[in-house]
Design a protein around this ligand. Structure first.
Ligand SMILES: Nc1ncnc2c1ncn2[C@@H]1O[C@H](COP(=O)(O)OP(=O)(O)OP(=O)(O)O)[C@@H](O)[C@H]1O
Length: 626
């Protein structure tokens, strides 16, 4: 498969506008509707209800306090004892503190629970996307959405939403009691708060935009870092550190600038709210004081009203700032939701196990055994390249328990054929069959259980040598491991490692050589004992001795499984049972090595260029076509 670093221009070109990770930032800010945010809190409804109940109780306790204070003033003016009433106030303070603390713990729990739910759903779905979807997203941005954006949702739910709930209760209660105390003073207070509300609403929309910009910039920073770290050798060998450094710093700066914009806007909210409350305080003091002086209002009433006004200040500030946090959380959830909405790999409809499909083409006279792998009329174009199919009406059969080689020039589509066999992609037309069954009618797990695919990049994952070897067969015994190590000439290597099989091989197999990496990847698939073994250019980094040994191993493997090997070096596949020659998405020649080197065509041409003995030179017929 042609190596395609994520985030390369080709993948960015196909990125949808809403994908969010790549150099966007100019598209409209999206936010999920509030009900969708609330839907995530639904599974925690019982705890939420308890928190709401405690909120109500705290609000009632808080709202009762000014009334009791008013009572103290009345008792004092009537020269009655106030001890019991003062004790009641202290009790109310303690009760409010206790209720507040339990409520805050419950809300924190709900927030964490929602984040856990979101991350669980994300992780479950992320690993089940079709390959084309991964190409549309950048890994670093995905990581940022799973970590940073879900945390922002936590902020919106745990603090904003729930603080809003508590704030609304105290706010509404205060308003009702203030109305009962003095409707005129309440009217003045509401006038001031209205001005604040309009300004806060205007600011909060801009805060949301700035938040989204900051989140996107963090996503791009993650994606950029991931891209650079993955290819750190190339970066160093290309002397590109400074270029990459300034690109990464520029992403950090974008995030910083958006963060500063956000901080500036949020900083406006507090003074606007405080000023409106202070403005109403001055008005109430002035007008209320005058009315107390002329005897139309009691001092206790004015003090109670002022206390309610102070109570109003806290929920008003909380409400206004929670509103902006809520907007930010909705925007973050939109980025998370976008990933959750991506479709998963398609499974066949559940039903009785599919019987082998009738083979459409009559078996070829040369076919001695049933097909291990067969492709019929397969046409396939990568997403976004519909006008240029990579495979065109391609067909071939690989008899079961045989060794077939697929050869052809670079870009002919060999790795793509292997991808279709493993259902990394589905054919646009035609059928891919494994052991007589259409892969699209088999459960994905079954397809992948049947197959052992050693990819061209022979990935070695961060972890120990043992974890790498047993990745596809976690229950492998030590004896089985020792056997495959011997078959892939890795025994000496494993013994030479400081902690043997338990030695860490580094992220991406950075601590092993290219040839060792390829042999580890092959050993991993041999340990799996698949019925179909696919090998994609897996000897490219091996020395001649290891290549010879591997060929022996593959010959042995063909006694128990069907082997399809993609190779550039024809010397490695001369004794294959069948050779398929591929060019521009089609099979153009089929036969054994001895047969093909005598036939004028691409194979003989390739053999000559690799200095293999051939029949007398023939013109290359495909050269004209290509
Ligand atoms: N994920 C992808 N998205 C889009 N195009 C792709 C993708 N992978 C491969 N291609 C394109 O499909 C064509 C065939 O690629 P493929 O990797 O199958 O060729 P190949 O014969 O295996 O080449 P090589 O011998 O160099 O590995 C190439 O033109 C390649 O650019």
């Amino acid at each position: 498969m042609t190596a395609r670093p994520e985030g390369s221009p080709a993948t960015e070109k196909r990125q949808t506008p809403a994908a969010g990770g790549g150099g966007e930032g100019q598209e409209d800010v999206v936010a999920v509707p509030l009900r969708r945010l609330l839907a995530y809190a639904r599974p925690h409804a019982p705890v939420l209800a308890l928190a709401a109940l405690l909120s109500c109780m705290a609000a009632v306790v808080e709202l009762a306090q000014p009334l009791v204070v008013k009572q103290v003033f009345s008792q004092l003016s009537d020269s009655r004892p106030v001890t019991a009433t003062v004790l009641l106030i202290v009790g109310l303070f303690l009760a409010e503190a206790l209720l507040g603390s339990v409520q805050s713990y419950l809300l924190g729990r709900i927030g964490e629970g929602v984040v856990l739910d979101l991350r669980t759903s994300l992780v479950r779905r992320l690993l089940k996307w079709p390959m084309a979807t991964y190409a549309r997203h950048r890994s670093g941005d995905l990581i940022s959405r799973v970590s940073a954006d879900t945390t922002a949702v936590h902020g919106a739910l745990a603090s904003s939403l729930t603080e809003t709930l508590a704030g609304v209760l105290t706010f509404a209660g205060s308003l009702v009691l203030m109305l009962m105390l003095d409707p005129l003073l309440l009217g003045l207070t509401l006038g001031c708060l209205l001005i604040a509300s309009v300004s806060v609403f205007t600011v909060s929309v801009r805060v949301m935009k700035a938040t989204v910009e900051a989140q996107r910039a963090v996503g791009r920073l993650g994606a950029g870092l991931e891209r650079v770290l993955r290819a750190i050798r190339t970066v160093k060998l290309s002397n590109a550190e400074e270029r990459e450094e300034s690109a990464l710093i520029s992403e950090s700066r974008d995030s910083y600038l958006a963060g500063i914009r956000q901080a500036k806007l949020q900083a406006l909210i507090h003074p606007v709210t405080a000023l409106s409350v202070q403005g109403s305080l001055v008005l109430v003091l002035g007008i209320g004081g005058a009315r107390v002086a002329n005897g139309t209002m009691e001092l206790g009433e004015l003090i109670a009203f002022l206390l309610y006004l102070m109570y109003l200040a806290v929920p008003a500030t909380t409400l206004f700032s929670s509103f902006t946090d809520l907007q930010a959380g909705r925007a973050a959830l939109a980025r998370v939701q976008e990933l959750l909405d991506e479709p998963l790999e398609t499974e066949p409809p559940a039903g009785p196990a599919a019987a082998p499909d009738p083979e459409p083409a009559p078996p070829s006279p040369a076919r001695r055994r049933p097909s291990g792998i067969s492709l019929h009329g397969v046409t396939f174009a990568y997403p976004g390249r519909d006008d240029r199919p990579t495979l065109r009406d391609l067909g071939f059969e690989v008899p079961e328990l045989s060794r077939t080689a697929l050869v052809g020039p670079s870009g002919a589509g060999k790795s793509t054929v292997l991808s279709l066999i493993g259902r990394m992609y589905d054919a646009d037309r035609g059928a891919v069959r494994l052991l007589g069954r259409d892969v699209t009618r088999m459960p994905l797990k079954e397809v992948r259980d049947l197959i052992g695919h050693v990819e061209q990049e022979s990935p070695v994952m961060a972890g120990t040598l043992r974890s790498n070897l047993t990745y596809a067969h976690p229950d492998a015994t030590d004896a089985e491991i020792a056997e495959v190590l011997a078959r892939t000439n890795l025994t000496e290597f494993a013994d030479s490692l400081p902690q043997g099989l338990e030695t860490e091989v580094g992220d991406g197999g950075i601590l092993v050589s290219g040839g060792q990496r390829q042999r580890i990847a092959i050993a991993r698939m041999l340990l799996k004992r698949p019925r179909i073994l696919l090998l994609d250019e897996v000897t490219s980094q091996m020395d001649a001795e290891n290549e010879r040994l591997l060929n022996e191993t593959l010959k042995e493997a063909a006694a128990s499984c069907t082997v399809l090997v993609v190779a550039h070096r024809l010397s490695t596949i001369q004794d294959a049972d069948q050779i398929l020659v591929m060019d521009a998405g089609r099979i153009i020649q089929t036969g054994t090595h001895d047969h093909l080197i005598r036939e004028p065509g691409l194979y003989a041409h390739l053999a000559r260029t690799q200095l293999l003995p051939t029949a007398p030179p023939q013109p290359d017929p495909s050269a004209a076509a290509r």
